[in-house]
Write a protein that binds this ligand. Structure first.
Ligand code: 5GP
Length: 212
């Protein structure tokens, strides 16, 4: 039987620029994107069915009870979740599937799919993250504060990922290249050494992250 595709889980705090990096990634290889469902309202420029399936809380809760969600999370006031069926179908067709999800959901996916490639993407420092989030201008002050609080907690989970990719300012293409290299290496059952995260690297990274 043919091997299924790989699940590539990409997490990163709000403001990490992961959306832009993922767009660049699609220029590098034929990936499929898992479109999540959410109860949050669309931002200007977002399209239903492309960025997210924007659904009501009632529909979301129904999908949970019908077993249609592979994982889901309540994230500052809204629900977000990965739809089971499209992901399973894409993997069966041997596509490599990108899940762009936050940490709690990502760790649930890792339990269900131990083979998943777990990648965390972040700006080099917390102050840079804050700057990017504010410059984006899409969020209220309340939402920004909640997202920053969450980001502080999420960064301490990097050790549970396989790879850490730093999204340096204005170098999104490089970050996408690194992610593509990680996936291509994994497909050859190799590791991309530079980005592997372990306890020692995580500790060093965290010290620098909050002190600069
Ligand atoms: P945003 O509102 O900025 O689009 O997304 C907020 C957070 O939800 C981001 O960290 C994003 O990665 C995460 N997210 C988006 N879709 C899903 C999903 O299906 N499951 C989980 N667990 N998180 C998601």
């Amino acid at each position: 039987m043919n091997k299924p595709g790989k699940l590539v889980v990409i997490s990163g705090p709000a403001g990490s620029g992961k959306g832009t990096v993922i767009k660049e990634l699609f220029d590098l290889n034929e990936y499929k994107y898992s479109v999540s469902a959410t109860t949050r309202l669309p931002r200007p420029g977002e399209t239903d069915g492309l960025d997210y399936y924007f659904i009501s809380k009632e529909e979301f809760l129904n999908k949970i009870s019908n077993g249609e969600m592979l994982e889901y999370v309540e994230y500052p006031g809204n629900y977000y979740g990965t739809l089971r069926k499209p992901v399973e179908e894409m993997l069966k067709k041997q596509y490599n599937v990108i899940l762009e999800i936050e940490v709690e959901g990502a760790l649930n996916i890792k339990e269900k799919f131990p083979e998943a490639i777990m990648i965390f993407i972040t700006p080099p420092t917390y102050s840079e993250l804050e700057k990017r989030l504010r410059n984006r201008g899409t969020e209220t002050e309340e939402s920004i504060s909640k997202r920053l609080e969450r980001a502080k907690k999420e960064i301490y989970c990097i050790e549970q990922y396989d790879y850490l990719v730093i999204n340096e300012t204005d170098l999104q293409k490089q970050a996408a290249f690194n992610i593509n290299f990680i996936v291509e290496s994994e497909l050859k059952e190799q590791k991309s050494g530079e980005n592997i995260i372990n306890q020692e690297k995580a500790e060093r990274f965290l010290q620098n992250y909050f002190n600069n």
